[in-house]
Every structure is written in C-alpha cells, then in structure tokens.
Design a protein around this ligand. Structure first.
Ligand SMILES: Cc1cc2nc3c(=O)[nH]c(=O)nc-3n(C[C@H](O)[C@H](O)[C@H](O)COP(=O)(O)O)c2cc1C
Length: 408
C-alpha cells in the first residue's frame, strides 16, 4: 500500500553518525510513493556524501543558503513551499538547539523558519547527550511549538554505550510521516467536487472555454479523500490525473456538469464548486463546421448557462456549499457579494490576475470567507491563507470545512 503517493518530503540530514541511515530512509519514503528532496548541513556531508543522496533521490541535493544559482532556481523559500512536510532525520543536538533558538544560519534552519507545512524531527545522539537537560528542554519547547518529535529508540549505540538516543527505526519514521497525512475529520462524509473548465460547443470542431487547469479542484478531492471522505469528482476536460479513490464523472459543458452534480448531490454533506463554469454558451450549436464565407466579422449569440453553485446552495436539503471567486479586480468585494447572493457557506477568493497563483499555477494564495448563520444573526469571518502549494492549501481548506461542519 502506498501511503505517501503525491506527497513531497523535504528530508533534512544533519551531522551525526546515523546520517548513513538517511540513504535507506530516502528509499523507504520513495517506496511508499513520496517525492523526496534532500537538504544537508555542512557537517552531514562529512558523514555521507551528497552524491549518494542525489543518486537515490534522483534530484540535486541542496547544500547552501547563500548560493545565487540555487536561489534563483529553488531557493529556501521555494523549497519550504514545495514541501508537504519537512523531516529532519537524523537531527543532531546542535541542530535542535538552533531550531529552538529560531536560527536561520544555514539552509536547513532557514527552511524550517520559512516552512508553513508540518516539521518533524528525529533526534539521534549519544545517550548522555540526549539525557542532557539542555537537549530535553529543547525537545520540550519544539513539541510545544507543534513540531512532531520522533522519539529516539533505546539500544546499543555507535559509541558502544547503551541507552536512549538511537535514531527511530527507519520503517517507524516512514509510518510516522504517513500518519501525519491521515485524518478522519471527514470520515463517513460524501463530498462532491467540481473541477476544471467547461467547454461550450460552437460547432463540431470549436468551443468556448477558459484557462482553468483543474489542479485546485483535484487537490481538494485528494485532500477530502485523505480526510476519510467518499468523494465524487465531476470534472471538465483537464490533463490532471484523478485521485485513485474518487468516483470521477467526466463532462464537457455546463449543462452536462449540472446534470452530473444534481444526480450525485442529493446525499452529499459537502459541495465544493471549484470548476470554472462558463457563464455563457452559444445560443445554438451548428451541426456543420462554420465556414469563413460571409465577410470578416462573425457574430455569435450567447445565452446564460445555469448557475450550478447557486442551484446547489438553494436546494431545500442543501449540503455545506463552498464556492471559489476567481477574480482579476475588486477581489474581496466581489467575493463577499457572491457569498451572500448565492447563499454559500464559504467562499475562497483568489486573484487570478497574479499569474504566480491561481489558474494553471501550482500555488495559490487565498482569503477564505465563512458565513455562519446563528440564532443571533449572520456572522462573517475572513482568514487569509498565504501563498502555498495547492495541495497544502487544500488540506487547510478541508480542515476548515470539517471544523464548520462539526460546529453546525
Ligand atoms: C564522529 C562524530 C559523530 C557525531 N555524532 C553525533 C550524533 O550522533 N549526534 C549529535 O547530535 N551530534 C553528533 N556529533 C556532533 C555534530 O557533528 C556537531 O554538533 C555538528 O556541529 C552538528 O552540525 P549540524 O547540526 O549542522 O549537522 C558528532 C561529531 C562527530 C565528530
């Protein structure tokens, strides 16, 4: 069973005897489906060569913070954003002290500072070093700050002593990483997600469409599956691979999408409309290819498409309904209006005028607006989500949706 398919793991290797075990760790993480990139401290390179880890991970190993060439390709911020989790194994006592102190004096500590994903630390050191009050206090502080501490094993050590301080067994580290992605927040729930663009036919060879890639919708479907939900993914034409465990319904036009949504939404707990549904379609579809004859201007009559999101949000027995507002201007104003006008529970506003996020990009930066209707009235809350991978954003959104559902 591949527990880490589609997961990006940034493995930090620091300078301890157990650094040789990181070679095995790279392989085991990959065997479980993960994409692994490696960052090494200067000391780590005295224990195992970057070449070994480069050959095993199939990617260049990242070594320096102040490397102008690397910074322009994949610098510390990019690496931190790329990762779904930063795993430091083995972690030296000194590295843990630097992490506790909030240092950013090398590539790995700086990545940890910049990381908005989970950070896991697997210490390995001599038993006396591990037992030392300073190390124990650092361990406690790191745990209090939400860093996952993979407690060292007890046993015979490289130095000949016996005690606690051996790197956690590599197979157990892989299991701990996998468990980070497991959530049961949507167990037993049915989630319907729409994704991608729609294509509105003009004639047998032409259509009107948009630039939606489907990446955000597919990432949300995957995050919902990871959270234990049964997922129906209704998708317009995309080039994105669908998650294994989703029931996928492929459609082309807005009409087809509406039909598919209506036949699956009746038992849905959550509906997430990510698809960029064309607002208009040609009034009639020509049965034969339109020829160039008849002057240099061609007029196309368009009629409005059904509003899928609004239709679902206004059903008598409606699921928790989430929409996206992809706008090029007046983002927040349009998003707030859409939230209320369409009777949504949540809207995710993203600025598609910025090409580094939104359509086609692997990243997104959004503001989530939540509308809660209580006996005291309607409450609107807004939460900004900084730029991050669409996968990480999806996990955050799914947890936010699950929290809302739990409170309802
Ligand atoms: C042979 C040798 C083995 C070492 N093994 C460890 C170890 O297992 N754990 C540890 O915390 N430090 C160990 N150290 C000390 C670290 O290498 C040292 O603190 C170094 O500065 C850590 O750098 P880094 O955290 O940037 O990788 C060892 C040092 C030597 C010379």
């Amino acid at each position: 069973m591949n527990r880490l398919t589609n997961k990006r793991i940034l493995l930090g290797v620091t300078g301890g005897i157990a650094a040789y075990k990181s070679a095995d760790l790279v392989r085991r993480l990959q065997d479980d489906g993960a994409d692994v990139r490696v960052v090494m401290t200067e000391s780590a390179q005295e224990f195992i060569t970057p070449l070994t880890l480069q050959a095993l991970s199939n990617h260049p190993v990242h070594l320096d913070l102040l490397d102008t060439e690397t910074e322009s390709v994949m610098g510390h911020i990019e690496l931190a954003r790329w990762a779904d989790v930063v795993l430091i194994a083995p972690a030296t006592a000194d590295f843990m002290a630097r992490l506790t102190g909030g240092h950013g004096d090398d590539l790995l500590t700086t990545i940890c500072l910049a990381a908005e994903c989970g950070v896991m630390v697997a210490p390995a050191m001599n038993q006396a070093m591990w037992a030392k009050q300073s190390t124990q206090q650092n361990t406690l502080l790191l745990k209090q700050r939400g860093i996952a501490l993979l407690e060292p094993d007890v046993g015979l050590q490289a130095c000949g002593e016996t005690g606690a301080g051996r790197l956690m067994d590599v197979a157990d580290i892989v299991t701990a990483v996998a468990s980070l992605f497991k959530s049961t927040s949507l167990a037993g729930r049915h989630v319907v997600v729409t994704a991608g663009p729609t294509q509105e036919a003009i004639d047998p060879v032409r259509f009107i469409s948009n630039h939606s890639s489907g990446k955000q919708g597919y990432a949300l479907a995957l995050a919902a599956i990871e959270a234990g939900a049964r997922v129906t993914l209704i998708s317009g034409p995309t080039n994105v691979a669908a998650p294994d465990r989703a029931t996928v319904v492929n459609v082309r036009s807005a009409d087809e999408m509406l039909e598919a949504v209506m036949s699956s939404v009746s038992d849905a707990d959550i509906f997430i409309g990510v698809a960029a549904v064309a607002d208009f379609r040609p009034a009639s579809v020509e049965t034969q290819k339109i020829k160039k004859s008849g002057g240099s201007v061609m007029t196309l009559s368009l009629v409005q498409n059904p509003d899928i999101l609004k239709t679902v949000a206004n059903l008598e027995s409606r699921p928790f309904t989430v929409g996206f507002a992809a706008e090029t201007e007046n983002l927040m104003e349009y998003a707030r209006t859409k939230l209320t006008a369409k009777n949504l529970d949540m809207i995710i506003a993203n600025n598609i005028a910025d090409t580094s996020i939104g359509f086609n990009s692997d990243h997104n930066e959004t503001t989530v607006i939540i509308r809660t209707i209580t006996e005291q009235g309607t409450r609107i809350t807004e939460a900004h989500q900084p730029k991050m991978s669409k996968e990480n954003l999806s996990r955050k959104l799914i947890e936010l949706i699950a929290e809302q559902l739990a409170e309802a």
